[in-house]
Design a protein around this ligand. Structure first.
Ligand code: BGC
Length: 250
């Protein structure tokens, strides 16, 4: 059994837990520290280091981050401090923790976990995982292989608006939409994605996956099956641990 610490950096909380990467199960209770106001790199780095100390678990660490992450660098900052743009986040966290840290986009981590242990387990073909929260995250996976950093929340959907500014869960709250009204926006977005990617399955994650009974009956896709994510809050932590393990084995 290989147990690896996974850490999920979100807008309101930074959560971690050791994960059995053979089963996808957390082997200890999650520990959560509120995200420091503004989420500046040094403040987030200190929280990640505190989580690593808290668990004291040896070995590599996987960390998710809500931006493009290419070869360990965070390259965008749609909903976080701009100081992350171009930062070598792998190196920042590795120095602060003394561990080999692998950083991965938050939706990519959630997607990997869902297709291995969750709602997409055993599904062949193209699976598109979308997370609805402050933004919209995306993970495109074909027969278990991830194409990282698709950033489909930033497709232009309504004139000059990104999909996430119009159809995220934050947009639902901001525009005071009921679930049916929000589902109409999401349906339009999903139908657009169907035209571009012809997925075999949509998996809908993020905070809204816990409330699927409210919105799922109102969603209309053209031909693609849709399911809510199964791992909910743990998906990012599990996917981060999976990525750290892959890198350690590479
Ligand atoms: C970011 C993505 C992220 C998504 C969900 C978007 O604004 O650009 O990198 O995956 O939010 O957090």
């Amino acid at each position: 059994m290989s147990v690896i610490l996974g850490i999920d950096i979100g807008g309101s909380g930074i959560k971690g837990a050791p994960v059995d990467t053979a089963t996808g199960k957390l082997v200890a209770e999650r520990y959560r520290i509120p995200t420091p106001e503004g989420a500046a790199p040094d403040a987030v780095r200190d929280v990640v280091a505190e989580l690593v100390r808290h668990f004291g678990h040896p070995g590599p660490v996987g960390v998710t981050f809500p931006s493009i992450v290419q070869h360990g660098k965070t390259l965008s900052a749609a909903n976080v401090d701009r100081g992350w743009i171009g930062l070598d986040a792998d190196a920042l966290f590795t120095r602060a923790t003394g561990r080999d840290v692998t950083v991965i986009n938050d939706a990519d981590a959630a997607g990997l976990a869902e297709v291995r242990f969750g709602a997409g387990a055993g599904v062949p073909g193209v699976v598109l995982v979308l997370t609805f929260g402050t933004g919209i995250g995306s993970a495109l996976i074909h027969d278990g292989v991830l194409v990282p950093n698709t950033e489909l929340g930033h497709l232009y959907l309504k004139g000059d608006k990104h999909a996430e500014t119009w159809a995220s869960d934050r947009a639902r709250e901001r525009d005071d939409l009921n679930w049916k009204q929000w589902a109409k926006r999401v349906s339009r977005y999903l139908q657009y994605l169907e035209g571009l990617f012809s997925p075999d399955l949509f998996i809908i994650g993020g905070g809204v996956s816990k409330k699927a009974d409210k919105w799922q009956p109102h969603i209309e896709t053209k031909r693609t099956k849709l399911v809510p994510a199964a791992l909910q809050n743990d998906a990012g932590i599990i996917g981060a641990a999976m990525m750290a393990e892959r890198r350690a084995q590479a």
